[in-house]
Ligand binder design. Structure first.
Ligand code: ATP
Ligand code: ZN
Length: 210
């Protein structure tokens, strides 16, 4: 029987909950230390520990059969994968935020403004949908400092408590997307029975939590 591969985040906000979920499914494996791949001893499965940015394409290309990643990453990378199961953790909202003293009052006021983000594709789709022509500037980290540095008029980023916005003199302006961790699958998975077994276990763990 072919061994399945599931990609999960190596370290970061989704790592701990992803590992916990798989362990609660009764899977025995060593947590990530230095090796990128951990075999599961009691199920024909291997766990790949990756950066979350790489997970969508690995699953699309079939290097991994399954993956656990934020919906925001799927939306951003525009990959073609199956949405198999929402997982109820890693919840967050992606928002446009503006400086406290910004003249921007309506969505239309964003026209011609520079917006810094690590999620340019999601932002572009939102802007097109709302008929706004703004200047999207890709920044890979610490997006929230960019208005203070004079690099942008607004930002688009993940916001959870809003504390980071506040400490950078910013306020939420528009909610664009909410996200949670989801289980995704390759479109041409061969081993349907094994996948179904795994999904059934995941669903019963999720139900037990309700
Ligand atoms: P990696 O090193 O794997 O590239 P990262 O720094 O890009 O990690 P994390 O900050 O660990 O990513 O976030 C991973 C995912 O967790 C996000 O894409 C998002 O779906 C989710 N998430 C939930 N809450 C938050 C939050 N408050 N801030 C950032 N991400 C969050
Ligand atoms: Zn990342």
């Amino acid at each position: 029987m072919k061994t399945l591969k599931i990609a999960i985040q190596k370290s970061g906000r989704l790592n701990e909950k992803s590992v916990e979920l798989l362990k609660n499914c009764g899977l025995n494996f060593e947590n990530y230390k230095s090796s990128l791949i951990s075999p599961v001893s009691n199920f024909p499965l291997e766990i790949l520990f990756l950066r979350d940015d790489d997970i969508p394409e690995y699953v699309q290309d079939g290097i991994a059969d399954l993956g656990i990643v934020g919906e925001n990453m799927i939306e951003e990378t525009e990959v073609d994968v199956d949405y198999l199961q929402r997982l109820g953790f890693g919840k967050c909202t992606l928002k446009i935020a503006i400086p406290n003293n910004s003249p921007v009052e309506t969505l239309a006021d964003l026209g011609g403004k520079a917006i810094a983000t690590s999620y340019p594709a999601i932002l572009e789709k939102f802007l097109v949908k709302n008929n706004i022509k703004a200047d999207v500037r890709m920044i890979s980290g610490s997006v929230e400092i960019s208005p203070g540095l004079g690099l942008s008029d607004a930002i688009f980023d993940i916001v959870s408590t809003g504390g980071t916005l506040k400490s950078n003199g910013l306020k939420p302006f528009a909610d664009v997307m909410s996200s949670e961790a989801i289980l995704i699958g390759n479109k041409n998975i061969e081993n349907k029975d094994l996948i179904e077994e795994l999904i059934a276990r995941i669903q019963s763990v999720l139900r037990a939590k309700e």
